[in-house]
Write a protein that binds this ligand. Structure first.
Ligand SMILES: Nc1nc2c(ncn2[C@@H]2O[C@H](COP(=O)(O)OP(=O)(O)O)[C@@H](O)[C@H]2O)c(=O)[nH]1
Ligand SMILES: [Mg+2]
Length: 221
């Protein structure tokens, strides 16, 4: 059986938490001092979502978010875009619409879009309310979640929501996806555990190499 593959891109202002969210999902880690010194092109993870096994290619930006001219090529072939704002940073929230516009102008409606209010562990100093975030998602017709890469809160469920929204070829006649979603999300102990990770890294001398990591690594749904 061939495993269907999907490109998922991460967008949003610098420092909203894109790299940290990916690291939490891939490796179940958080490093407050993480400073990427090399450009990571993408990280790949095979995950089980209900009765499907799919491979996600997670495209981080190594600072390209500052160079908007590069964004269209980055969005090419993306099946989903996760657009982050920082709940303690009003400007990052104000820029959400612009990022979503970029996705829609490059991909039209061929791309799932999810807005994520990042750093939910900093809720006491939030400047963007939950209802504002939800309203924005409703206005822009996207999915929405808050999440914390630091605590891990809602990270798996947001990736699961994105995965469930991805197109797939065959829908069984008796499939009830919303029911499956609720059951599995409310009881993580029943989650399937087929998973593994790899990433392509561009080293400082410009060479590319593949790195692998075994185990679940926080990516089982
Ligand atoms: N408290 C808290 N800090 C976070 C969280 N996610 C990221 N950060 C911090 O925010 C800064 C920017 O994160 P980073 O992932 O590099 O942002 P990027 O530029 O969008 O990739 C770093 O200092 C992170 O440690 C989070 O969920 N909670
Ligand atoms: Mg980053």
């Amino acid at each position: 059986m061939t495993v269907k593959q999907y490109k998922i891109v991460f967008l949003g202002d610098s420092s909203v938490g894109k790299t940290s969210l990916i690291a939490r999902f891939m490796y179940d880690t958080f490093d407050a001092n993480y400073q990427p010194t090399v450009g990571i092109d993408f990280l790949s993870k095979t995950v089980a979502v209900d009765d499907r096994t799919i491979k996600l290619h997670l495209w981080d930006t190594a600072g390209q978010e500052r160079f908007r001219a590069l964004i269209p090529s980055y969005l090419r072939d993306a099946a989903a875009a996760v657009v982050l704002y920082d709940i303690t940073n009003r400007a990052s929230f104000d820029h959400i619409e612009k990022w979503v516009d970029d996705v829609r102008s490059e991909r039209g409606s061929d791309c799932t879009v999810m807005i994520v209010g990042a750093k939910s562990d900093l809720s006491p100093s939030r400047v963007v309310s939950v209802s504002e975030g939800q309203q924005k998602a409703q206005d822009l017709e996207t999915l929405w979640s808050e999440a914390s890469a630091k605590s891990g809160e809602h990270v798996k469920t947001l990736f699961r929501k994105v995965a469930l929204s991805l197109p797939f070829d065959r829908i069984p006649a008796n499939d009830d996806r919303s029911k499956l979603q609720v059951e599995s999300m409310s009881d993580p102990s029943t989650a399937q555990s087929s998973s593994g990770g790899s990433k392509t890294v561009t080293t400082e001398n410009g060479q590319r190499r593949q790195e692998n990591s075994g185990g679940c690594g926080g990516g089982c749904f």
